[in-house]
Design a protein around this ligand. Structure first.
Ligand code: FAD
Length: 399
């Protein structure tokens, strides 16, 4: 569809070939004592394509699995019949005695490509159609769902006449940078298997003997073995950027016509922005999560106070004027500190960066559209109305 409507696609397609094999086999004797959802397996041949190693991923412990194996993209795509698939499973698991029932096989390619525009006329694209990358970092589904979450409320409001059509232009402005970031990160994570291969002494290509020799050298008790194990340790540390990269997933900052920036100085990242999430109420960021306490004494997240298709005004106990203004404009308002939304742990005060009489306007997708860190002297209704009109690309509120 993206190609059919002429969306510009940047990057490279078909960098490597991969196959998925879904199978049933009782592998408990190999894994039950070291439980994980995902096992990387170094075997001769595994680095030819795909993600660069054999991968055995648990679907159901310990008898249902997805195996991923590479193939040489420069050769014609392989025919993977049941017997071939079973051989690959036996080889990668390293045990020919297990019973294997093949459920399905499929081929896929590693891509490093992304659309730089997500819509043409009345057609909007989301998901893997506009960001194409290997599964490294595991963000394909989340990013695809976020695309839809970003678009759905905008479409609904424009179709209901509550927003101007300009709001729809903000979809590309907000989501295309995220798509590109995910594609680049996933491919970098795949490339960062390189140092692991180097430490293991694996040159690449079909160097099966080299793999066997490299793995043996890595176990040697000589100086070369020590050097390789140190290099391997450092290479595996890099994998934090694949498996523990909360910042990649959560530090999205939208910049578009559906966000009104404030005059705060540019954001400074306190820690590595790829590894660590930095919560903020800066316009464009996702509303930070903070635990509150409801009227039954149960924990409640700030994230549950917003969304469900509506804009939300968020303020503190001293922000009564914002609440009244929100009511006048038929906006949902939340005053943190009220019964039912008590900041019992001080989490909100810690992350919100707002005075108690400050105010956030949070969009239906949970991103902050606008904020006033402090109270304004007067005219709260007018301020909120203007802000809403700008964000929704409309001149007047609907009657
Ligand atoms: C091996 C592997 C592991 C992954 N692991 C993870 C992970 O751990 N975490 C994660 O978040 N993501 C992961 N992903 C990525 C994730 O699966 C995708 O990002 C996600 O499925 C994309 O969703 P989508 O709806 O955009 O596309 P798809 O899921 O591909 O859905 C598109 C649908 O459209 C259908 N279709 C195509 N053409 C037509 C047509 N002309 N007419 C009608 N229907 C059509 C297709 O059959 C398909 O059902 C992984 C992907 C792979 C390949």
């Amino acid at each position: 569809m993206a190609e059919q409507i002429g969306l510009p696609i940047a990057g490279q397609s078909g960098k490597a070939g991969s196959m998925n094999i879904v199978f049933r086999a009782d592998l408990s004797r190999h894994v039950a004592h070291r439980p994980s959802v995902l096992y990387w397996v170094m075997r001769p041949g595994a680095h030819l394509g795909g993600i660069g190693m054999g991968l055995v991923r648990m679907v159901r412990p310990w008898d249902e699995w997805l195996l991923t194996w590479g193939y040489d993209i420069d050769q014609p795509p392989p025919e993977v019949d049941e017997a071939t698939a079973r051989d690959i499973v036996h080889d990668l698991v390293g045990d020919t005695t297990i019973d294997v029932e093949i459920t399905s096989t499929s081929l896929w390619t590693v891509n490093h490509s992304y659309a730089t525009e997500y819509s043409r006329g009345r057609v909007f694209c989301a998901g893997d159609a506009v960001h194409r990358h290997p599964p490294s970092n595991g963000l394909g589904s989340n990013t695809s769902i976020q695309d839809s979450y970003n678009l759905a409320w905008k479409l609904a409001m424009v179709l209901r006449g509550e927003a101007g059509p300009g709001l729809l232009d903000t979809y590309t402005a907000e989501r295309a940078p995220v798509g590109r970031q995910i594609v680049d990160r996933a491919n970098l994570s795949r490339d960062q298997f390189g140092p692991i291969f180097a430490a293991l002494g694996i040159a690449g290509g079909g160097d099966d003997e080299g793999i066997v020799a490299g793995l043996a050298a890595c176990r040697a008790d000589d100086a070369e073995g020590v050097k390789r194990r140190q290099a391997l340790h450092e290479a595996i540390e890099l994998k934090n950027y694949e498996f523990n990269a909360h910042g990649v997933e959560l530090n999205q900052r939208y910049s578009s016509g559906a966000v009104i920036p404030d005059d705060a100085p540019p954001e400074v990242w306190e820690r590595d922005p790829e590894l660590f999430h930095q919560p903020t109420t800066r316009p464009g960021a996702k509303l930070p999560h903070a635990w509150l306490v409801d009227e039954h004494g149960e924990r409640l997240s700030t994230l549950d106070l917003v969304g469900r298709g509506e804009f939300t005004v968020v303020t503190g106990l001293a922000g009564g004027a914002w609440v009244s203004a929100a009511e006048e404009l038929s906006l949902r308002a939340v005053r943190i500190g009220d019964a039912g939304v008590r900041d019992a742990y001080g989490d909100w005060r810690r992350v919100s960066d707002l005075d108690e009489a400050g105010c956030l306007l949070v969009r239906p997708d949970g991103h902050v559209a606008w904020r006033s860190v402090s109270d304004v002297p007067s005219g709260h209704v007018g301020v909120l109305r203007d802000v809403l009109n700008r964000v929704l690309h409309r001149k007047f509120p609907p009657s």
